[in-house]
Design a binder for this molecule. Structure first.
Ligand code: CA
Length: 289
């Protein structure tokens, strides 16, 4: 049985997505709650998507999970609703009239960090966005299945809960997680800051989580499926591309020498200094290539 997919227009070309409709479009409206038993009744999802049919289909499906869903049909409405409604997760289309998804994501994240699932038109567009460090937590290429959308949204919510719990434990005990120091890379998990040698490296939240996972098992090959499970908290073959794209972005920021590709399997963190835990600094600087 083939699950219906959403986001497929008359053609799959990105041009289609850029088509500006002439008909008037309301800025935003709420989707009536579906009265199914809610396991997580307080979750609020903001959907920013200018195609009303897709926005409504997404909203209906997410409402069926027992979540509250609000829709914004353009970028400016998305930014302002994220600010006033303080959603738990944002589903954000990249091609929006006026203010595009990249800028919406930046503005939303600048005001308050919130998990963002970005909808893109093509796989290479996803690579490009990850490369730009836009800061979305996950990416889905149109057309996509609603089942996958729900799975990924749930995974983002689990990640968020996990991070909140970790912060709570930290605050409660007054103790912070010790920094990870491998070779010339130092990862401060409490402050979420990364240095290579004496240079600070700025990572997006997802890049940071991926680096922590890799650095925690130096010189060990981690499969893409394992990285997907540990960082994104879900497993599906379609997600391994996200892993590849984020590794590419990490390499560019930290230096290509640190992460080894094991073709067809996964990745290994290869520190440039012996992993003696002495935290030697001043080693090879990331070249940023
Ligand atoms: Ca669009």
């Amino acid at each position: 049985m083939v699950a219906p997919s959403y986001g497929r227009g008359p053609t799959r070309r990105a041009e289609h997505d850029r088509t500006v409709r002439a008909r008037p479009r309301p800025l935003c409206h709420a989707v009536p709650m579906v009265t199914s038993p809610a396991t997580t009744p307080n979750v609020l999802v903001l959907v920013v998507e200018d195609e009303p049919a897709i926005a409504t289909a997404i909203a209906r499906r997410l409402s069926a999970e027992g979540w509250r869903v609000e829709m914004a049909l353009d970028g400016h409405a998305g930014v302002s609703m994220a600010s006033t409604l303080r959603p738990d997760v944002v589903v954000l289309d990249v091609m929006l009239p006026g203010l595009d998804g990249l800028e919406v994501c930046r503005r939303i994240q600048a005001e308050r960090p919130v998990p963002v699932l970005m909808l893109t038109a093509r796989d290479d567009e996803t690579d490009m966005l990850i490369g730009l460090g836009v800061g979305a937590d996950d990416y889905m290429t149109k057309p996509f299945s609603m089942r996958e959308l729900v799975a990924r949204t749930k995974a983002l919510l689990r990640r968020q809960e996990r991070a909140a719990r970790a912060a709570e434990i930290d605050t409660g005990t007054g103790a912070s997680l010790p920094p990870l120091v491998v070779g010339d890379v130092a990862v401060d998990r409490a402050q979420r800051r990364v240095h290579r040698g004496s240079a600070e490296v700025h990572l997006t939240p997802t890049e940071f989580d991926l680096l922590v996972t890799l650095v925690s098992s130096p010189r060990t090959v981690l499969t893409r499926e394992r990285l997907l499970a540990e960082v994104w908290d879900w497993v599906d073959a379609s997600g391994t591309r996200t892993v590849d794209s984020h590794v590419k972005a990490l390499r560019r920021k930290l230096g290509a020498d640190l992460i080894r590709t094991v073709h067809g399997v996964g990745y290994a963190f290869e520190p440039s200094e012996p992993a003696d835990g002495n935290g030697r600094t001043g080693g090879t600087e990331g070249t940023g290539t």
